[in-house]
Design a protein around this ligand. Structure first.
Ligand code: DAH
Length: 347
């Protein structure tokens, strides 16, 4: 028995010494595989049990357990020591400098043109209008003829256009969407707004752009009157520019409407009294409108004796320029984020 206990003590000492000498995690792993396995020297001591009496078995069993616990504790200490040593080393290497400036990402902004378009479409959608966008490449037939602008009409010269060939061009206004909608509706009553890009052969300057945007409005039904047009435009323009603004209709001429009107809105600064901003007129021109010309209704299969309608066309760029105080239309198309984030604020 004494011999056996001496052997146990020797094995324990050997293991503790070896553990003490372990310098890295790999060595610790080797130690565990060799000295803590079921075939280790320590485990093999259980072969003596069969030669011991019961009292001796109890003492020997307890001594083995004590030794095992001591070794386990030493193993765990070594494990923690190695783990924290390498962990701390890693932390030191990963040290970050909190005073370093961050990476500055440029955040995009919504172009005022898109904001105004969304706002106007929303106003009309809330009034029950559909939204339809016509093609950018339009036929001469829809762009001019169906809008009651025959080939010899002077309006064709008024609007110098980008033609692909004699019958195809980039649309010069959103009005052809009116004829396309009427064709699609085949004699039914309807309300629609048609946003879109327009193109004209203009030299770009502060107030002209060869590309700009419009929203066309069209209502066709029974007993639609000029009063409906005025009420609708008043609701629309007050929603965009504020309740204080008044509108004014002036007689005008468009081939596709009869009668035709030009619509003005009272000046933001003097509210109609006249100031230097509105050149003392008190009003600023904002859009063109009118009652749909009987010829336009007829060409789309609507009987003008039974149906009437109103239409209007508003320049989104013009609304955006007034609303955001943009004095040069070219700024809208240059996408300079500094202008959109700092300079132009909603009025
Ligand atoms: N199409 C016209 C233009 O581009 C704008 C316009 C005026 C549209 C009167 C209309 C309207 O629907 O009734 O200048």
């Amino acid at each position: 028995m004494e011999q056996i206990l001496l052997e146990l003590a020797a094995i324990k000492e050997e293991m503790l010494t070896l553990l003490n000498e372990v310098k890295d995690e790999n060595a610790l792993k080797n130690f565990r595989e060799v000295y803590l396995s079921k075939k280790s020297k320590l485990a093999s001591l259980s072969r003596y049990f069969k030669d011991l009496n019961n009292d001796e078995k109890a003492i020997f069993g307890e001594k083995i357990n004590q030794a095992r616990q001591e070794i386990d504790r030493a193993y765990k200490n070594k494990h923690d020591e190695l783990f924290f040593a390498s962990y701390n080393k890693r932390l030191l290497k990963e040290k970050i400098d909190l005073s370093l400036p961050g990476v500055n990402y440029q955040v995009g902004r919504i172009n005022p043109l898109r904001k105004v378009e969304d706002e106007i479409l929303n106003i009309f959608v809330n009034m029950g209008y559909e939204v339809y966008e016509g093609p950018d490449i339009e036929s001469d037939y829809y762009n001019f003829e169906r809008m009651n602008i025959p080939s010899d009409h002077p309006a064709r010269e008024m609007q110098d256009s980008f033609y692909f060939n004699p019958s195809l061009l980039l649309k010069t206004h959103t009005s052809p969407a009116q004829a396309r909608m009427m064709d699609a509706k085949k004699g039914e009553a309807f309300k629609v707004v048609c946003p879109g890009k327009c193109y004209r052969r203009d030299d770009d300057d502060a107030t002209h752009s060869h590309q700009f945007m419009q929203i066309e409005g069209l209502v066709v039904g029974h007993n639609i009157s000029l009063a409906d047009l005025k009420g609708t435009l008043e609701t629309f323009l007050k929603a965009v520019f504020g309740e204080k603004r008044e509108i004014r209709l002036r007689g005008s001429y468009f081939p596709f409407t009869e009668p035709s009107v030009e619509v003005d809105i009272s000046c933001a600064h003097c509210l109609g009294k006249g100031c230097s901003l509105c050149k003392n007129s008190g009003y600023i021109e904002i859009l063109g409108a009118g009652m749909v010309h009987p010829n336009v209704l007829m060409m789309s299969g609507y009987d003008p004796k039974e149906y009437s309608g109103f239409a209007f066309g508003v320049g989104i760029d013009r609304v955006a320029m007034l609303k955001y105080g943009i004095s040069d239309i070219r700024d809208i198309y240059q996408n300079d984020l500094r202008l959109f984030s700092n300079f132009y604020k909603e009025r």
